[in-house]
Ligand binder design. Sequence first.
Ligand SMILES: [Zn+2]
Length: 229
Amino acid sequence: MTIINMILPPTKKNRRYGVASQITHITIHETGNTNKGANAKAHANYLNSTQAEQAPVSWHFTVDDKDIVQHLPENESGYHAGDGGQGHGNRHTIGIEICVNQDGNFNKAMKNAAELCAYLMSIYDININNVLQHYDWSGKNCPENMRANDNKLWKAFIAKIIDFSKNKIEEVIEHVPAWGAEAWQWATSDSSLQISSPPYSTPNMLQVAVLLHALWRDICNNFVLTKEN
Ligand SMILES: [Zn+2]
């Protein structure tokens, strides 16, 4: 899974630069735009427009049948949930738009979005029950196709996320984000720490003990050096 970085410039009025989100949920949308070419990159261009700036409107990721494009850092609030600037949906949820362009494959786009959800849930410790619809925040009929027929596609989408989370997370999640890169490099390059698992696997108590012992060992070594100096 590759995420294409098209993050909005900090000066854009639809980007709330520096407004930190305490991420609690993921909010799922459909773009509602069936035009040919209304894919993920086209929506990145739209978010960069004066129109989107004035609305204001912004969200974190757009997914189509080929690409996942990022528009905002995950930990920054957007304008997508329709519950007001200070509403919980806008302030504390990661917004994902799924493309419905007629020249795309909607099923594949949903599958890509499910993979992205599994990835974000693992990083930010989000429970499947906290993957919500735009509808849940503001009553808008979005994501429209997934909500149709008593949420038929929505239920399949949630099942797909669970499937990714349970069975494929180790294949899906190889990516270490920039904020964790230095720590991960340190931990995996020290063979005495015994870290050979994927970055988002849960440690057991023995591994926790090894890490604490390594920390203690380093503190003691530094203390001895300080005394000798
Ligand atoms: Zn929506």
